[in-house]
Design a protein around this ligand. Structure first.
Ligand SMILES: NC(=O)c1ccc[n+]([C@@H]2O[C@H](COP(=O)([O-])OP(=O)(O)OC[C@H]3O[C@@H](n4cnc5c(N)ncnc54)[C@H](OP(=O)(O)O)[C@@H]3O)[C@@H](O)[C@H]2O)c1
Length: 312
């Protein structure tokens, strides 16, 4: 079974859909649901130190590989160096502790991750982002770490601090990304486009799941889901259509579920066709007029939200 992938700037292929175990039921059932995700055909697992389930992630992958007779290399694993519990207001990691912290993650996972992210700009000590990053670069140069290096929740000022002097540019920035944060994110997206930094979207389903009404894109997604259901013979819903929009934007969708039926639907999106150019543009144009964010804690510090309505 082939699945859609994107190229990272260091040449690595990254599966366009990831199953994350940092939220909801997926976090609690990381071991069982992780196995099901692999069985269903998902080839990218997203975890973090802060989710406190790297060990279960590793064990679940080991089991899934055994049960499904597949090679461990075909499952792409992302982990993140986190503040305590992934909460940006909790303590981060001191420079002298970083190397061991990464080695501990590798040991809990039982393998090298394919992608290692700095979970948020508050993980390194204040003003020490470059020094922090250089430790990761050094680990790569020594072969202690083979993962691609990336970041998460980085704002323009964080890239300004990092990019001019780093040796390995981050290959990805994982942030809350969907149509209702596009206007807010534009300055950071511009920097990322200039430096070939791939967008990874967490909370990709927020417009449908967390926005009080679904907002102006909901009826469009329902219409697209109907069209795709008719054309493919599959039961396509609005959430699947939104994940296809994310993929059409060249963005890795990091979603989650602790429910096997829904995990199977997430996996099925990998086999569905792209949206049309007009559909992609229609959703984007409507989304840009609204500002709604589900995760306020990360990106909004010193990066003010635009003055837009939450709904239309
Ligand atoms: N880097 C960061 O700071 C950061 C922050 C937040 C999240 N993340 C990562 O991103 C992952 C996903 O985040 P998220 O939970 O916000 O993603 P999301 O895709 O917006 O929402 C996932 C939720 O959608 C539900 N769902 C899945 N398929 C559905 C469908 N077809 N219809 C209706 N509901 C559906 C799931 O609930 P059920 O379990 O009930 O199916 C799940 O709780 C996390 O687990 C984590 O790995 C990273």
């Amino acid at each position: 079974m082939s699945i859609p992938t994107f190229k990272l700037s260091d040449g690595t292929a990254i599966p366009a859909l990831a199953w994350g175990n940092g939220t909801g039921d997926a976090k609690k059932t990381a071991f069982e649901s992780g196995q099901y995700a692999v069985k269903a055909g998902i080839r990218h697992i997203d975890t973090a130190q802060g989710y406190e389930n790297e060990k279960e992630t590793g064990q679940s992958l080991e089991q899934a590989v055994k049960d499904n007779g597949i090679s461990p290399d075909i499952v792409f694993v992302t982990t993140k160096i986190s503040t305590e519990k992934g909460d940006p207001n909790k303590p981060g990691i001191a420079l002298e502790d970083l190397r061991q912290s990464v080695l501990d993650s590798i040991s809990r996972l039982g393998r090298q991750p394919n992608l290692l992210l700095v979970h948020n700009p508050f993980v390194p000590p204040k003003g020490k982002l470059l020094e922090f990053w250089k430790i990761l670069e050094d680990m790569k140069d020594k072969g202690e770490l083979t993962a691609s290096l990336g970041v998460s929740n980085f704002r323009p000022q964080d890239f300004d601090e990092l990019l001019p002097q780093c040796k390995y540019k981050p290959v990805a920035n994982q942030l809350e990304y969907h149509p209702y944060v596009l206007t807010h994110l534009q300055p950071v997206l511009d920097i990322m486009a200039k430096h070939d930094i791939r967008v990874e979207s967490y909370g990709p389903l927020s417009p449908l799941l967390r926005h009080p009404t679904g907002g102006p894109i909901k009826p469009v997604l329902e219409r697209i889901a109907q069209r795709l259901s008719k054309e493919t013979g599959e039961e396509v819903d609005a959430a699947m259509a939104l994940l296809l929009w994310t993929r059409s934007k060249g963005v890795v969708a990091v979603t989650a579920s602790g429910n096997n039926g829904r995990i199977a639907k997430l996996a099925l999106t990998q086999q569905l066709p792209e949206l049309t150019k007009d559909e992609v543009e229609e959703i984007e144009a409507l989304g840009r007029k609204v500002h709604f964010r589900a995760y306020d804690e990360h990106m909004c510090i010193d990066f003010p939200a635009p003055n837009l309505p939450k709904d239309l």
